[in-house]
Design a protein around this ligand. Structure first.
Ligand code: CA
Length: 223
């Protein structure tokens, strides 16, 4: 037994998946189709999608935001967990990848819950704020260009209700954030972002070593 987070060997990961993953067939097919793309590794892990669905239900989420859709696995996981009148505003700039997403969302019967906005996410989020959307969302998932994380975080924090939750992907960045030899712009942006959130008193924070690292930032009622 150890109080340190386990190093997941392939064998232990397979075990984890075997005893916990409940992946709907449509998500499994979307994952398979996406894995065949050259950018397939941008897709979130299936256990992460399942965890996000659990968070939605735990919070009673009805209105959600997503920054960075790719082929729609996380959006579909969340949309399936939202109630029938729930809504997810999904932001991306790539028409090709999100066409795959739409196909699966529609097949799953949740296309009507997902409002895809093909535009720079900062513009979409700013427009939501300008339209009176502050404080009206329960959950936000940030998983897009890493240099944009700080801006997305600030905008999402304003859009969240008190005790709303921001979930941020790739905060451990394949371990490169802890490698002093790595200084590319994305790695540096994630380092700055992680340090900022660590010190941000407006949120309660936890960084989970799930998949590529997942930060949970809960908006404090006073912020
Ligand atoms: Ca990601």
């Amino acid at each position: 037994m150890t109080n340190k987070t386990l190093q997941l060997t392939d064998r232990l990961y397979e075990y984890l998946i075997g005893v916990s993953l409940r992946e709907p067939e449509i998500l499994r097919r979307l994952r398979a189709e996406t894995s065949a793309l050259p950018e397939g590794n941008m897709q979130i892990a299936p256990e992460q999608g399942q965890f996000m669905a659990l968070l939605c239900e735990l919070m009673g989420a009805r209105r959600a935001l997503e920054v960075g859709v790719f082929t729609g696995y996380s959006a579909l996981s969340v949309a399936l967990a939202l109630p029938p009148d729930g809504r997810l505003i999904a932001c991306d700039v790539n028409a090709e990848w999100t066409a795959i997403a739409r196909r699966y969302w529609n097949e799953a019967g949740v296309g009507g819950k997902i409002d895809l906005r093909l535009a720079p996410a900062a513009e979409t989020l700013a427009a939501l704020l300008a339209g009176g959307g502050a404080g009206s969302f329960d959950l936000a998932f940030i998983d897009a260009d890493k240099e944009g994380y700080r801006d997305y975080y600030e905008l999402c924090l304003k859009l969240l209700r008190p005790r709303g939750l921001i979930v941020v992907d790739n905060v451990l960045w394949s371990g490169q954030v802890a490698d002093p030899a790595v200084h590319d712009p994305a790695t540096e942006a994630i380092r700055r972002f992680n340090a900022f959130v660590h010190a941000d008193e407006r949120v309660r924070v936890a960084l989970l070593p799930v998949a590529d690292g997942l930060t949970l930032a809960l908006k404090r009622p006073t912020s």
